[in-house]
Design a protein around this ligand. Structure first.
Ligand code: COA
Length: 273
């Protein structure tokens, strides 16, 4: 059901289970929520729990994705009821907040979610020059730079780096340096296009990093947080069009989260469902 909706009907490929190995797996069955009518599953959604760090504070984060109702069963409140039950279960399990990303207009706000997004999306086309960098994951080296430059972050283990967000077919960490300065990016590839999920490190190494990312590719899409070092550098130096994103919807569950400066928070694209 999910593959028909989120993969095939959107012209994408590859089994979803392979793209989100920690999500659509036996180990995560407790977080795959369904609503039944008789023997038929009419609606589903999937949750992921994660740790979110802001400075020295730790938060129990939860994300929801793959919200879906069978076409024949739509408009009867199934998705609304399932979302409420899922949020209640996440609250009971100690989640401080829940966040999801959706292009639906008005649906989540009517259900009590607050729209707030610090994401920016940039895209540009290029003439392919040079040879594309080979994409492999060096999560240890990447995490070292990430921990140095990002005080707010989702905790990731090595398995988290195996995710393949739609529509990419490979993900890798790219590194570049300029003198003693170093920077790294997490990048996905779909054909000759590259998706930049985040960049860390020293500003002085960003030009070299950008050259590494763009070598031999015909299109680059950048998912960043507004005002991040890469966003600021690109906006100044590169003819790339950025637009603000309006995809994130939040529910603060714990009193501590409600009091937090959560409107400054941005969950990187790579960690999402
Ligand atoms: C969106 C979806 C999950 C709603 O499921 P559902 O069980 O019909 O939802 P409910 O019956 O609880 O709620 C229906 C409401 O959703 C609204 N809705 C449905 N599709 C919508 C859309 N594309 N944009 C905005 N609102 C939409 C309906 O207008 C209705 O609102 P109303 O009750 O005020 O009239 C279902 O249409 C679906 O599976 N769509 C395809 C997959 C998808 O887009 N998933 C969301 C990805 S984040």
């Amino acid at each position: 059901m999910l593959e028909a909706e989120f993969v095939q009907s959107r012209g994408r490929s590859g089994p979803l289970g392979g793209r989100y190995p920690d999500l659509l797996s036996e180990a995560n069955l407790d977080h795959i929520h369904v609503r039944r009518q008789g023997d038929t599953i009419v609606a589903c959604c999937v949750a992921r729990r994660a740790t979110w760090l802001t400075g020295s504070e730790r938060w129990q984060a939860a994300m929801i994705g793959f919200v879906h109702t069978l076409p024949a069963a739509r408009g009867k409140g199934h998705a609304a009821a399932l979302l409420e039950a899922t949020v209640d279960a996440l609250a009971a399990a100690g989640s401080d907040f829940v966040v999801l990303w959706s292009g639906l207009d008005g649906f989540y706000e009517r259900l009590g979610w607050e729209a707030h997004d610090r994401g920016v999306f940039g895209s540009m086309t290029l003439a392919a020059v040079g040879t594309p960098a080979v994409l492999t994951i060096d999560s240890d080296r990447f995490e070292t730079l990430r921990a140095r430059s990002d005080s707010d972050r989702i905790v990731r283990d090595a398995a988290a780096y195996r995710a393949l967000p739609l529509p990419v077919t490979a993900v890798g960490t790219l590194f570049a340096s300029h003198g003693a300065h170093a920077a790294a990016a997490l990048v996905g590839a779909a054909g000759d296009a590259r998706y930049v999920y985040e960049a860390h490190g020293d500003d002085a190494a960003l030009p070299a990093l950008w050259r590494t990312i763009t070598a031999g590719v015909t299109a680059v899409y950048v998912n960043e947080s507004i005002g991040s070092p890469l966003h600021r550098w690109l906006a100044r130096q590169v003819p790339i069009e950025f637009s603000g994103q309006q995809l994130a919807y939040w529910r603060m569950l714990s009193p501590r989260a409600r009091r937090a400066a959560w409107r400054n928070w941005h969950i990187p694209y790579f960690d999402r469902i």
